[in-house]
Design a protein around this ligand. Structure first.
Ligand code: DC
Length: 225
């Protein structure tokens, strides 16, 4: 029996994967996996429990027991940890950097593998992350690598923060983006890189509508829709 369809969307932070994957899932009626949120919640839970972000054994134990769930609502998918809504708490720059740190640890990635694979079900899944097409779903029917220049991603992040009424320092954000890219691309396990059979889309000069149209074209062709 063939496995449920998976559209793997990988790429660096801030390239627009979140918006793209939400639209793809909604258009196709597929479920959605935000794998970055899982690493973010693990880092958040670890901080709350007073664990060091390099304490691999304790982080693995936390990964095995943490009560994480996704709750789709009108205003987006809420992330719950033990019933508490941690959606905003895990979206800060610091939470992203902490997630990237725990995500470097091989045993932590292994401990979270099955949790991610369990999201694959009919009629299909759109999976957002760094290693969806290379490690978690190597047999995904559709693989897209969404890239964008760091400067473009930093400008988009500044606009997002300003729109939310928050202060944003472009220089600092660009520095953080580059540091996180560096960590995600150069780690030993599951480094951020396009799968050999992925289609690379560069969103630096494209708006979300164009990216979505291109991604739908690729998905339709590969899934025979
Ligand atoms: O996509 P995001 O910004 O929410 O991800 C946060 C961090 O989690 C990212 O910097 C690296 C890590 N991550 C990962 O290693 N593998 C994934 N599949 C998703 C995220």
């Amino acid at each position: 029996m063939s496995k449920a369809a998976v559209i793997a969307v990988d790429g660096p932070g801030g390239a627009g994967k979140g918006e793209l994957t939400r639209r793809l899932a909604s258009e196709l009626g597929f479920s959605l996996l935000d794998s970055g949120a899982i690493y973010r919640v693990l880092a958040y839970a670890a901080r709350k429990a007073g664990l060091a972000l390099f304490d691999e054994d304790s982080l693995c134990q936390e990964a095995a027991v943490m009560d994480l769930s996704f709750d789709p609502r009108e205003d987006g998918v809420h992330v719950l940890l033990g019933g508490d809504d941690v959606s905003s708490a895990i979206r800060t720059e610091e939470a992203g950097a902490n997630a990237s740190k725990v995500a470097q640890l091989p045993a932590v990635r292994k401990a979270l593998l099955q949790r991610q694979r369990d999201f694959r079900k009919e009629p299909g899944l759109v999976a957002d992350g760094r290693d969806m097409g290379t490690v978690v779903f190597p047999d995904a029917q559709v693989k897209i690598f969404l890239d964008a220049a760091p400067e473009v991603r930093a400008r988009r992040r500044v606009s997002q923060l300003e729109a939310a009424g928050k202060q944003a320092d472009y220089g600092l954000i660009l520095k953080e983006i580059k540091e996180r890219d560096d960590r995600d691309r150069n780690r030993i396990v599951a480094p951020l890189k396009p799968a050999a059979d992925a289609v690379v889309l560069d969103s630096s000069d494209l708006g979300i509508e164009e990216v979505f149209a291109k991604a739908m074209e690729i998905a339709r062709a590969r899934l025979g829709l």
